[in-house]
Design a protein around this ligand. Structure first.
Ligand SMILES: CC(C)(COP(=O)(O)OP(=O)(O)OC[C@H]1O[C@@H](n2cnc3c(N)ncnc32)[C@H](O)[C@@H]1OP(=O)(O)O)[C@@H](O)C(=O)NCCC(=O)NCCS
Length: 152
């Protein structure tokens, strides 16, 4: 089996990406939202491809030295193989000058909260009723204090 490939998402990837979202997220984005994100100059969307199939994807927005993880999902049968960690690592590496990374997560999403904590994210706030039915936990990672980061 060939090594997984991390590359930029293309419009042609959207059917596979939206299929993964439908299997992974309670409120997946519409095709119109996805297309708008892919056209944004402030956003980076990556996919992880294995043997020609998309296994997962991530989105990052970059504003004034801060990163915001907009979405991440991995195909259910391909989880716990380090794909989410690889996607986050590749996306953050594209912005070596960034100082902070933020994201929102459902506090009941144990897999995601554990993943983010394992990368050094800490809970820094709560956004009441962010998901309508549930508050969001705001998590933040201090990238400037991360010695593993390559600051070119
Ligand atoms: C959260 C998600 C992206 C993780 O993807 P993944 O590829 O399975 O994650 P990784 O294999 O890179 O896991 C890295 C670490 O995260 C933690 N983790 C991941 N899934 C976990 C789970 N189900 N339970 C506990 N810890 C988990 C572990 O610390 C893991 O390291 P380990 O496997 O060495 O123990 C995936 O479960 C998913 O797509 N969930 C649905 C979508 C979603 O919730 N997105 C996040 C919205 S904020």
């Amino acid at each position: 089996m060939r090594e997984p490939v991390l590359r930029r998402m293309r419009a042609a990837d959207l059917p596979a990406v939206m299929e993964i979202d439908a299997l992974s997220l309670p409120r997946p984005w519409s095709a119109a939202i996805w297309r708008g994100e892919l056209e944004s100059p402030h956003a980076l969307y990556l996919v992880l491809e294995e043997e020609g199939d998309i296994s997962g994807h991530i989105g990052i927005r970059h504003v004034l030295g801060e990163l915001h993880v907009t979405t991440i999902a991995v195909r259910p049968q391909r989880r716990r193989r380090g794909h989410a960690r690889a996607l986050i690592g590749a996306a953050f590496a594209a912005y070596p000058e960034a100082r902070l990374a933020h994201l929102e997560v459902r506090p009941t999403n144990a897999a995601a909260v554990t993943l983010y904590e394992s990368l050094g994210f800490r809970a820094t706030g709560r956004r009441p009723r962010y998901y309508g039915d549930e508050d969001a936990l705001l998590m933040t990672l201090d990238l400037a204090g991360d010695p593993s980061r390559d600051r070119r």
